[in-house]
Design a protein around this ligand. Structure first.
Ligand SMILES: Nc1ncnc2c1ncn2[C@@H]1O[C@H](COP(=O)(O)OP(=O)(O)OP(=O)(O)O)[C@@H](O)[C@H]1O
Ligand SMILES: Nc1ncnc2c1ncn2[C@@H]1O[C@H](COP(=O)(O)OP(=O)(O)OP(=O)(O)O)[C@@H](O)[C@H]1O
Ligand SMILES: [Mg+2]
Ligand SMILES: [Mg+2]
Lengths: 259, 259
């Protein structure tokens, strides 16, 4: 049975896609067959693993709408043991369209039944969410076992955390009781900037061990990698960004074994 | 008659709020009485001008729902000649709630009738949008005369531009025919990072003079200012960030006079 993790934060630009793509790659490299689901209409995760727009005919929109099977929506990527359910163009209209559907928050969870039942080879499923708490993110939170929260080391990002935690609690109470917090990962940490230290200290003060020891540094190679259609692990393996995501994967695997 | 400008981009974290808050402050400092409308449930623009959550009883949600008048929703800020319509907590449910309303895309435009009719002292209205192309951003695009697009100098942000332009074109064709492009402003430009140069060259290649000459540099003082509840112009007037937003205001005022 795979572990299904929603990578979510309604604050924009905090490193959700970068974390989903590179953590998925690092988990696959560690031998855990991984599925990445792109649930953001921007389609950045699909771009981040090098999939052209022309190759995104079936994906997460078709799954939500129930117009395709899971097998048709998932495809292999250039990264060994990493599979992708891409985001197709119609996903941008889904938030409004899905409002009328019965059990609209359960559409993704239902479509992932074969995965949840252990009928596929996946050990991990990561869902990249859009920057909002609308129906797409709700679908991810209902389909997931846990939530991984990238937290950019900036003030606005810290301010938004309480809103996200309230939403997770609401989902736990009304839609998905076993939903847990996988952890909080500090991203774009800049040693030269006091603010990063302040935000990190604040987050650890409130969330303690739920914040990973591994911190992702701000690293130019990370932001260059998507323009080459590659996770940073493939673009520049030795970069501080790649090494941080490899350590993050190791920490997540270690914590899971400990439970 | 004021100029109503939507500050929009569905890509997250590109500097929408930072641009809306600091450009509004610079326009007010230049003698143009300005209104800032916070249409993002995160409420970052309200925080950015120093308004406590307790003081956000009436604002953009009440305007959309039609439960308050414009006069009750707008309040002065600590910045002379800068007024704010804050984002209240219920705004986070508005995207789903508004779907059922008749003329759901025109709710903001209708509530701003007194402003549009020149019955208020405002010369400029800036609307800070959330990172999505849902009903809140659509309301802003329908209420606005023009759209100001902050473009972060990163690859994912550039990729998202065509989706935004398509949406603006759809709104122009079906909902708000005179909607124009105010301009594209390059944000978080980092001289040490090749990627910034590449993105800037690409954007100017495609959009030409629609990209402002003024470029906003990545500047730590800009990201520190919100934790002090102040626009960067008040937090550190001499910083490169403040000076860039002052130049941007001057360029916008100059371009408007030229038309
Ligand atoms: N550690 C890092 N160092 C440098 N740049 C980074 C890092 N992590 C992410 N970035 C860059 O910052 C920008 C925002 O990251 P990303 O797009 O992953 O965030 P997001 O939360 O997925 O955004 P959105 O809210 O739009 O979905 C991207 O251009 C990305 O390349
Ligand atoms: N020129 C700059 N230099 C340094 N930091 C900046 C700059 N502009 C914005 N920032 C910081 O980058 C982060 C993202 O900016 P901001 O929140 O304004 O983007 P946004 O597009 O409004 O995000 P969202 O999509 O969540 O609404 C913030 O923490 C902000 O303080
Ligand atoms: Mg993303
Ligand atoms: Mg914002």
């Amino acid at each position: 049975q795979p572990r299904i993790i929603a990578v979510a934060n309604q604050k924009g630009g905090v490193g959700k896609t970068t974390t989903a793509v590179n953590l998925a790659t690092a988990l696959a490299a560690a031998g855990a067959t991984t599925l990445l689901i792109d649930l953001d209409p921007q389609g950045n995760a699909s771009t981040g693993v090098g999939l052209a727009w022309a190759a995104r005919a079936e994906g997460s929109y078709s799954l939500l709408a129930g117009s395709t099977s899971f097998d048709a929506a998932a495809q292999p990527t250039a990264v060994p043991d990493l599979w992708l359910v891409p985001a197709e163009t119609p996903l941008s209209g889904a938030e409004v369209e899905l409002v009328e559907f019965p059990r609209r928050e359960f559409l993704l969870r239902t479509s992932l039944e074969p995965v949840r039942a252990g009928l596929t080879a996946f050990s991990y499923v990561l869902i990249d969410c859009p920057p909002s708490l609308g129906l797409l993110t709700l679908n991810a939170l209902v389909a997931a076992d846990t939530v991984l929260v990238p937290l950019q080391c900036e003030f606005f990002a810290l301010e938004g955390l309480s809103q996200l935690m309230r939403t997770i609690e609401l989902v736990r109470r009304h839609l998905n009781p076993p939903l847990g917090l996988e952890g909080i990962v500090l991203t774009m940490f800049d040693r030269r900037n006091n603010l990063s230290e302040l935000v990190a200290a604040d987050a650890r003060g409130v969330f303690g061990r739920q914040v990973y020891d591994t911190v992702i540094p701000r690293n130019i190679r990370v932001s260059e990698a998507p323009s080459h259609g590659k996770p940073v692990l493939l673009y520049d393996f030795r970069s501080p960004g790649s090494q941080a995501y490899i350590r993050l994967a190791a920490e997540i695997l270690k914590r899971e074994r400990a439970h």
